[in-house]
Design a protein around this ligand. Structure first.
Ligand SMILES: Nc1ncnc2c1ncn2[C@@H]1O[C@H](COP(=O)(O)OP(=O)(O)OP(=O)(O)O)[C@@H](O)[C@H]1O
Length: 298
């Protein structure tokens, strides 16, 4: 479990996190959602001690940082950012193997693990192991970034807008694959995004931040259908959300509708039928966005 207890943080006398209390359970995917500058990345970077709070404590597995060996702790925490940061002169294989080599893993086992993760993340080793980063698309590079984090078998993984620079199709594929792996491996994951659609499609729970404060923590359904205040309501249904719908794909809508619809959604009917027949204004926004997307594609 990761626990934020009364965390406060200022930069240049500007208070960016105020009285943050949050518990992230083992094996859950918690999304930190909020507009630019709301403090998401600062919170995320506190978990691997890249940023120190001014006051309050962060507990990982019930221990604060003073009681952890920071080097060992960081080895247990995978970190994936938008700019993947692959080493350009290393092959895909060597990029993924970096952490295992730092751990002095035996070459035979190392090879087995790297190949296994490349295959799992949809980048068969037989095709990709000897390629170099410059030969990869953005989506492929991001997969390698994920494989590099996962091969070390972390207990936790931190993701900072990992999919936001990808085209809509790869974005949805990688999100779904990552979510499957995260659930299979019972990884505790904390992901930063400003994209409401991404948050509700992937999260077990969402922590919505605004003005450096937690406005609400809840399941995607709770955040969407029972927003605690106007800030949450405006964020999840306002301009940000509509902007994220501008590049929506059908499969995103499908996973989204499965997450957000209430029990009256019949799984056998098509998602589009469902949206067309729904009286919800929210669903009509989704539908409208879908048509706009389709029109732009044709
Ligand atoms: N190292 C730093 N020095 C000074 N100010 C900082 C530093 N890191 C963050 N800030 C400020 O703290 C505030 C919160 O930043 P943070 O990166 O956590 O926000 P965010 O919600 O992740 O935003 P974005 O989505 O734009 O990345 C911003 O006003 C930012 O300018």
């Amino acid at each position: 479990m990761i626990s934020f207890q009364n965390i406060e943080k200022s930069f240049n006398e500007q208070l960016v996190l105020k009285k943050i209390n949050l518990e992230i359970k083992d094996g859950e995917l918690m999304v930190l959602l909020g507009a630019s500058g709301s403090g998401k990345t600062t919170m995320l970077r506190m978990i691997n001690a890249l940023v120190k709070p001014d006051s309050g404590s962060i507990l990982i597995a019930n221990k604060n940082f003073e009681k952890h060996n920071l080097f060992d702790l960081r080895k247990k925490i995978g970190y994936v950012i938008q700019k993947v940061g692959l080493f350009p002169h290393y092959s895909v294989f060597d990029n993924v193997a970096i952490i295992l080599r730092l751990k002095n893993e035996k070459e035979e086992l190392l090879k087995q693990k790297v190949h296994n993760w490349l295959d799992k993340i949809g980048m068969p080793a037989s095709v990709y192991a000897n390629k170099f980063p410059a030969e990869l698309s953005g989506g492929e590079a991001q997969r390698i970034g994920l494989a590099r984090a996962l091969v070390a078998q972390p207990k936790m993984i931190l993701l900072d807008e990992p999919f936001s620079a990808l085209d809509p199709i790869s974005r949805v594929e990688i999100r779904n694959e990552f979510r499957k792996i995260q659930q299979e491996e019972s990884l505790t994951a904390v992901m930063v995004t400003h994209d409401v659609l991404e948050a509700v499609s992937m999260a077990d729970r969402i922590c919505l931040l605004a003005n450096g404060e937690i406005q609400q923590v809840g399941t995607p359904q709770e955040i969407l259908f029972n927003p605690k205040n106007e800030l949450v309501n405006n964020f999840v249904k306002g301009d940000q959300f509509q902007a994220s719908l501008a590049s929506v794909t059908l499969s995103e809508i499908q996973s989204f509708v499965q997450v957000v619809t209430l029990p009256d959604y019949d799984e056998n009917s098509s998602v589009l039928d469902f949206l067309q027949n729904s009286n919800s204004q929210f669903h009509s926004i989704v539908l409208e966005a879908f048509y706009k997307w389709k029109e732009e594609k044709s």
